[in-house]
Write a protein that binds this ligand. Structure first.
Ligand code: HEM
Length: 332
């Protein structure tokens, strides 16, 4: 056999190898072109499946955007939220912020399976989630941004992290700001990212306290507009109806715009954590006013803050793995 026949083959492998797998050669820093050579169609595939899912149900955009947030605040943006319970893994889906609330995991399954067909073992679930959050924002009328990529997927989940690190709607302003600061985010990020509540829904149980017994004295929250409160009480009774749904932005619930901030200035924020941006801190109130006045300013800051949030402790290099299925680690 002619041994020299092996040479062109080796050369071809050397030349084309970089096309077949992706490696972070950027000192662990994420960058938007990460999949340009190893999976050039990745972002198109995400976009088309998100678009289809949002066309079927507008709320999907909100649900996907929130999943990225709930992922990033727990051990970083590593798709830990997508893991189901199995073996030693206790799923974050069971945590207080996520139970009966986090949704649309099946859209990520569909995207992952389409991307695995195109380029197996290459694109992380964490990156898919970051892209889906951006596409969801754009599809509902919000700003676009380049998504830095190259995250890898976690080998575990943190149920306690999910319970403790994600802000709760009845946390004080200070507690919420502290939870953001722990992630390297500041008050500007807090106000801009809260603007996500311009789309999507919340359950009665997430704000009931404001309607009937805000501070333990049987009185409603006096910072809630009385006629809006009366409206909300109709669908959110003193007891029962926990899962009844309400728009976070009653003016334009499926449009990503700045009416959320306008509502806050009219004392028509749905969650306590929304309204306190105006009632608990002069600095955050000023930001709310600016975003209510100037939608471009809000969009610009939202995009910046999303990139910042997406950069929370990513796994890169040889840490973590590229999951085959977003719901389970590869060797389980
Ligand atoms: C500032 C602290 C925050 C608190 C306390 C908070 C709390 C909540 C609560 C309680 C709900 C309703 C859940 C339910 O009743 O089922 C909700 C929904 C939502 N949150 Fe937040 N959130 C915060 C920040 C964020 C951030 C930073 C984002 C995104 C970057 C976000 C995106 C959303 C979206 C889009 C929805 C609607 C989800 C849907 O309709 O499925 N939130 N949030």
């Amino acid at each position: 056999m002619d041994k020299s026949a092996g040479f062109p083959l080796a050369l071809a492998l050397l030349v084309f190898a970089p096309l077949c797998f992706c490696q972070n050669n950027n000192g662990g820093k994420l960058y938007p072109q990460f999949y340009d050579h190893c999976c050039p169609k990745a972002s198109e595939i995400v976009k088309s499946i998100v678009a289809k899912a949002v066309a079927q149900e507008a709320r999907t955009a909100a649900s996907l955007l929130r999943l990225h947030f709930h992922d990033c605040f727990v051990k970083g943006c590593d798709a830990s939220i997508l893991l189901d319970s199995s073996g030693k893994i206790l799923s974050e889906k069971r945590s207080n912020p996520n139970r009966n609330s986090a949704r649309k995991f099946e859209v990520l399954d569909e995207i992952k399976s389409a991307i695995e067909k195109e380029c197996p073992n290459t694109v992380s679930c964490a990156d898919i989630l970051a892209l889906a959050a951006r596409d969801s924002t754009v599809l509902t009328g919000g700003p676009s941004w380049e998504v830095p990529l190259g995250r890898r997927d976690s080998l575990g989940a943190s149920l306690s992290g999910s319970n403790n690190d994600i802000p709760a709607p009845n946390n004080t302003f200070q507690t919420i700001l502290t939870k953001f600061k722990r992630q390297g985010l500041d008050i500007v990020d807090l106000v801009a990212l809260s603007g996500s509540h311009t789309i999507g829904n919340a359950r009665c149980t997430s704000f009931r306290q404001r309607l009937y017994n805000q501070s333990g004295n049987g009185q409603p929250d006096y910072t809630l507009d009385p006629s809006y409160a009366a409206q909300l009480r109709k669908g959110c009774p003193r007891s029962g109806g926990d899962q009844n749904l309400f728009f976070l932005d009653f003016v334009s619930p499926t449009k990503f715009d700045n009416s959320y901030f306008k509502n806050l200035l009219a004392y028509k924020g749905l969650l306590n954590s929304d309204q306190i941006l105006v009632t608990s801190s002069a600095q955050s109130k000023e930001l709310v006013q600016k975003y209510a006045e100037n939608v471009e300013l809000f969009f610009e800051q939202f995009a910046k803050s999303m990139v910042k949030m997406g950069n929370i402790s990513p796994l890169t290099g040889s840490r973590g793995e590229i999951r085959k299925h977003c719901r389970r680690i590869n060797k389980s």
